[in-house]
Design a protein. Sequence first.
Length: 336
Amino acid sequence: MASLTDILGKRSERPPASFQLAGEGLSTLTGADLQAAASDYRERLALVPTSLRSDFETEQRRLADQSAQWLARYNRNLYSRLTGYWELGKLLRFDYPWPVVAMLGICQVLGGMWRARAYGLLGVAASRLRYSRLEKLADATDDILRRTNRAIFHDSVPTVLYALRCRQLETEGRIELARALEDGPLPPLFDEDSRQLIRALVRGLSVVDQRERFRTLAQLTMRHFDREQAVFSHQMGVDRRKHYQPRKGWVGLMTRIKAVPAPRVVGRAGERHIAFESFALPPDFDMRNHDSRVAAFGAAYVQSVTGNIDDYLVAIDYLHQRFAGGEPAPALGYIR
């Protein structure tokens, strides 16, 4: 059996992932590949109990329609994605910290793009003196950040919506159907890593004790963040399994990053708030290295606001005031 992701993996030297199908990877597939994937789907569907098969296909159709609606509505630009993440957080009662972390990440992306454009303006001026590399570097950086942000939303939101439906079916007592959706053939743009995220999110949302639920879902957010960074690696055109030495010369000088602004909870009790402060990166940090980027940025953007429930709630308050201040405070799954 071979899914579209499996087929794609045979054509690439890099580790395959379903999010590659949302970009240039799709152009490598042929009609014969689609036939093979359809055959794989039929074989996997045959493993779903006959009594559940009709409901299974109905649920997957409904979820595909729901995902398409979300993507069409929110995956248009950075600010619409902020709204989309906020709405997804409300569906989750903010139990799962990932949408909050994603929103804080977009705050940094916005800053990074403004810096890239500043370099670009310098490059335009410098190009008159035949130093156009700065302008091209700024444009490439801006393009990578936008493509990555769009691709992460496209990959992650359908996964979370899928898990939410499985959890809803559980609460309705339709446990066998929920398990069939988790274990059966997945939508074409999902892969086995998506399946593991879905299973873990469903289990995490079912934990009754709020501290244990938060601990479980905060850990899952780091795992989800690793996948987001795999999307970033793909958009940069690097192999996430490799270790790259820092660049030298002019390019190394212009791309070297010593620190990033990162969210941090500051202030005394009753006055705590989010501030973006400088987060120092390792001396040999190179953006192309997946594992070191996950470790450093994970500490800066995930663990900085998911260390405990109180810090996490401060982060939600910050995002509510900044991006959704015109609406009532959202319902939360956690109590201070």
